[in-house]
Design a binder for this molecule. Structure first.
Ligand SMILES: C[S@@+](CC[C@H](N)C(=O)[O-])C[C@H]1O[C@@H](n2cnc3c(N)ncnc32)[C@H](O)[C@@H]1O
Length: 237
């Protein structure tokens, strides 16, 4: 989406204002470009980040992956923790279709990875006990970020491990452009465009802390883990 004035949110600090992007990635060509991109290293790091954050934990039971997209992290998580079932939820029909196509190929995982098409809030997520709730790169898509934290608060029980990774908004658009050139050099234009818009739509760590407080999740920690990434982690009390 073009960075129009109507979707600029209130300035929160000395850096650039947040500019929202469309919530769902429901354009089939956008979803296909995303699914075809090589996120192997980044997504393995998410799964290993979870394992390092909760050392010694062998995740069993049900895991909820919010905003799962084409499911790459859902599949990697299920492969890393063979005792769990991962339920991926995404509001984009195009993304869920790609996830299900891959599911048909990933026979080794059996039915340990399942997908639900549904937009949060309101998605038909089964009322089950989730031992972990994970999410990558959903938060910055949400026009109302409280939607993510309220969903987590609703589906987590005491002891549920929570691991949410996302981008951090850079201080200026010039920094955002440099990041696109540095980290997405050689990627298709559609991915470079989406990356730039995602950086501009992301939150600053302090904004995320305020969101967590408002949702009653202040016990979760916000950690900045690179020049462009943050992670929210912890257990629901
Ligand atoms: C950048 S993709 C990340 C996909 C995946 N988590 C990954 O890391 O590869 C963000 C996903 O969130 C989905 N999404 C955005 N807003 C949503 C909402 N309100 N409910 C459900 N899914 C949503 C989009 O459709 C998109 O597939």
């Amino acid at each position: 989406m073009a960075a129009g004035a109507s979707n600029v949110s209130r300035r929160s600090g000395s850096g650039m204002q947040r500019v929202t992007e469309p919530e769902l990635m429901d354009d089939p060509s956008q979803a296909e470009a995303y699914a075809a991109a090589d996120f192997a290293e980044a997504h393995s790091r998410i799964v290993e980040g979870f394992a390092e954050t909760f050392p010694g934990v062998d995740v069993t039971g049900n895991v909820l992956d919010l905003g799962c997209g084409p499911g790459d992290i859902s599949f990697r998580f299920a492969a890393r923790f063979p005792g769990c079932v991962v339920i991926g939820v995404d509001g984009s029909a195009a993304m869920i279709e790609l996830a299900r196509q891959r599911q048909a190929r990933e026979t080794a995982l059996g039915d340990r990875v399942r997908f639900i098409e549904g937009r949060i809030p309101g998605a038909s997520i089964p009322a089950m006990q989730f031992s972990a709730i994970i999410s990558n790169s959903l938060l910055h898509h949400l026009h109302r970020p409280s939607v993510l934290w309220e969903t987590i608060a609703a589906y987590a029980f005491s002891g549920t491990r929570i691991y949410v990774a996302d981008l951090c908004r850079p201080q200026t658009t010039a920094v955002a452009r440099r990041m696109v050139d540095t980290y997405a050099a050689g990627e298709p234009d559609i991915l470079r465009r989406d990356f730039y818009h995602s950086l501009c739509a992301a939150f600053e760590p302090r904004e995320v802390e305020v969101q967590l407080e408002a949702a009653g999740l202040a016990g979760l920690a916000v950690a900045v883990i690179s020049d462009r990434h943050l992670v929210v982690h912890g257990c629901k009390l």
